[in-house]
Design a protein around this ligand. Structure first.
Ligand code: FMN
Length: 421
């Protein structure tokens, strides 16, 4: 394993271990050599033979193995790698790492390593939320261990919440970022290699006074997922995001803003870009004159000041502004239309009004569960017509949209993402 970038991948005993197979395949596409340590529990979920076939290498499992220790000792295993990745990282292995246990090959190597460690936790939402796990994660992060995910979504156990392992393409982006390598573009792969993408995500907050603001229910999940998917296909990605509860995706520039005016300025700064996807829920209006001081209910005389009258003024229209720029207009501008009724007709009109190339229309009526939820039902509207997609997870919507964008630039030649293993 000399002369190449090398990852030592620990596969622990979680239901997400099957995704380690796709992760290895994707890392190898990036010309990264992978060697595996499989925990005893991990071997209940994936076989050493599958890992060995995909890595084209021996799979290590036992600490007290005469042959393994002679050929490749546990210290040498990590010395020989540029980065250690744990995917899936079980609650148990995370606890062992935090406590410094060394009772099997995986935990011993993780304790003995002098290399950076990236973990992709995967577990039931209650296990993830448990104060013990959260304390262990905080300890590891304090020690410099990098984290990718977990994501929110439906889980194999039938529950919903945080705990689902990050998708393989997200882990690859985090690996490349930890290794200081550009995602895919410099590795020569990826249908969007050499392209740049600007994505807006989340809500905007429009201040009324220093403590109050006007906001909306956007969670940023869809926009963040699109940024990750475009980055995963090789685009050099800039994410401009309003305030959300989400972790910053790795492997891209993330710019945090609060108001629509700040979002527009950040977008203009990020130009030129080949692709712009405006998924943020930008407030249409802001308060015409923000107060520098907290608006009081009572005056200095203690008398009720009455209900303040808030005059609103329109915010800049970021989608229209990017769509109608001159020389530095992005080659493809994609907007989102959040509608509560007559979704396709409203979105078609919006596409014409804004002069963007595509509109992704979604139903955000309260009964749809789209705002804040994990799934989305979308219709992609372009000059040719309407392409309606079945309801799917937001990360699948993002992946499909990113592939459609890659097709647009490559004349329909982008291979679809591999089916999940
Ligand atoms: C069917 C099944 C699925 C499991 N899935 C997970 C999981 O997703 N995440 C987790 O932290 N533990 C999970 N566990 C529990 C771990 O396998 C158990 O804690 C084990 O000791 C982990 O060992 P390891 O960390 O050395 O691989 C699961 C157990 C079973 C039986």
């Amino acid at each position: 394993m000399t002369g190449e970038t090398r990852v030592l991948l620990v596969v622990a005993g979680g239901i997400a271990a099957y995704k380690a197979l796709e992760l290895i395949r994707r890392l190898r596409e990036q010309s990264i050599r992978v060697r595996c340590i499989l925990t005893r529990s991990g071997a209940e979920f994936v076989t050493p033979l599958s890992l060995s076939a995909l890595t084209e290498d021996k799979v290590y499992g036992e600490l007290f193995s005469l042959t393994d220790e002679a050929e490749m000792g546990h210290i040498q295993l990590s010395r020989d790698a540029d980065l250690m990745v744990v995917a899936p990282a079980t609650a148990d292995l995370i606890a062992k790492m935090a406590q410094g246990h060394a009772d099997d090959l995986a935990s011993t190597t993780l304790l003995a390593t002098d290399k950076e460690i990236l973990i992709a936790p995967a577990m039931n939402v209650r296990m993830w939320d448990h104060p013990a796990t959260q304390a262990n994660i905080a300890t590891l992060q304090e020690r410099g261990v990098a984290l990718v995910g977990p994501n929110e979504g439906d889980m194999a156990c039938g529950e919903f919440g945080y705990g689902r392992m990050a998708e393989p393409h997200e882990i690859v982006a985090a690996v490349l970022s930890a290794l200081g390598r550009e995602p895919r573009s410099t590795a020569g792969g990826g249908p969007l290699a050499g392209r740049s993408a600007l994505i807006t995500s989340g809500p905007t907050h429009e201040a009324i006074d220093p403590v109050r603001y006007i906001a909306n229910r956007s969670s940023g999940k869809q926009g963040h997922a699109i940024a990750r998917a475009l980055s995963g296909l090789g685009a050099k990605t800039t994410l401009v995001t309003g305030p959300t509860q989400l972790q910053d995706p790795s492997g891209m520039d993330v710019i945090h803003i609060e108001s629509a005016q700040q979002m527009l300025a950040a977008c203009e700064n990020a130009l030129p870009a080949d692709i712009a996807v405006c998924a943020a829920a930008v407030a249409d209006w802001r308060v015409a004159s923000q107060s520098n001081r907290k608006i009081k209910k009572t005056g200095s005389d203690g008398i009720d000041s009455g209900v303040p009258k808030l005059e609103l003024t329109p915010n800049p229209d970021i989608l229209a502004s990017l769509s109608q720029r001159g020389n530095d207009r992005p080659g493809l501008v994609v907007g989102f239309a959040a509608e509560t009724e007559d979704v396709i007709r409203q979105a078609t009109q919006k596409r014409a009004r804004k002069a963007c190339d595509w509109i992704v229309a979604n139903d955000v009526s309260p009964e749809s569960g789209t705002f804040g939820g994990a799934d989305n039902t979308v219709h992609v509207i372009d000059a040719q017509g309407v392409d309606s997609w079945a309801r799917m997870d937001k990360s699948d919507v993002a992946q499909r949209l990113a592939e459609r964008i890659a097709d647009h630039f490559n004349g329909g030649l982008t291979a679809p993402a591999p089916a999940p293993l």
